[in-house]
Write a protein that binds this ligand. Structure first.
Ligand code: T5A
Length: 210
């Protein structure tokens, strides 16, 4: 129920590449500003100088193959750093945190995409995050070929964006599976709609919370 999210302060935004996360985070923060809610905006992987270095390791294509387990551990290493230095302090200070991707991305990309066990991911989630979970997650849902087309228009593709379409189909399916298991937290929005319609859907949800 919406009323149960009245105290929500940790918002994440998720979806496959090029789905409009960055664009819609700007919209979300504009709504928070209007409501005079103190907030920070951050992203994963990244959000601190060290975590941003790990992001570079993860996104840059190299001759040496990064094995699946290394990828998973790097993502959680960056997340531990990010939580310790940025997310937890902001929440303690009463600031809302708006984060571009979080652990749902790990379940979707490393679990769905790479095929790592969800149990292994859940064990790391508990180790790194303790009780910390997002209060609201907007999952922007879009056919991966459309999102990748948008991403390609920006130029060079990163290590993930070079994956085959089947990889992204599994990522999308994993996001939707998580949303159906946790409908109170996850708000699925059709990101194939015009931007104004996507933002209207986000605003309808945010208006109730704010
Ligand atoms: N990763 C991350 C993991 O594998 N595991 C993890 O645990 C985590 C946290 C990070 C990569 O790391 C992986 C997943 C990722 O591959 P990223 O930079 O966060 O990469 O993710 P990207 O998806 O690559 O981010 P993008 O910047 O490409 O996409 P956005 O932010 O979703 O899209 P945005 O807002 O830049 O929009 C793209 C274009 O589409 C237009 C925009 O104007 C822009 O030109 N657009 C629309 N056009 C038409 N209609 C709409 N409704 C539109 N919305 C936006």
């Amino acid at each position: 129920m919406i009323s149960s999210t009245a105290k929500a302060r940790f918002i994440t935004i998720e979806g496959v590449e090029g789905v409009g996360k960055t664009t819609n985070i700007q919209f979300i923060t504009a709504q928070l500003e209007k409501a005079r809610i103190p907030f920070i905006v951050t992203r994963e992987p990244g959000g601190t100088p060290v975590a941003e270095l790990i992001r570079q390791l993860l996104l840059t294509k190299r001759d040496e193959h990064i094995c699946e387990l290394t990828e998973l551990l790097l993502i959680f290493a960056a997340r531990a750093q990010h939580i310790h230095h940025v997310i937890a302090p902001a929440l303690r200070e009463g600031k809302w945190v708006v984060c571009d991707r979080f652990t749902d991305a790990t379940y979707a990309y490393q679990g769905g995409g790479r095929g790592l066990s969800m149990e292994k991911i859940a064990a790391l989630e508990t180790m790194v995050q303790g009780e910390l979970r997002p209060d609201i997650t907007y999952i922007l849902d879009l056919a991966p070929d459309i999102g990748l087309h948008r991403a390609r228009q920006r130029g060079e593709l990163d290590r993930f964006e070079q994956e085959k379409i089947e990889f992204f189909n599994r990522v999308r399916a994993a996001y939707l599976a998580r949303a159906s298991r946790d409908p109170e937290r996850c708000v699925v929005i059709d990101a194939g709609m015009a931007l104004v319609a996507v933002q209207s859907a986000i605003r309808s949800h945010l208006d109730v919370i704010l």
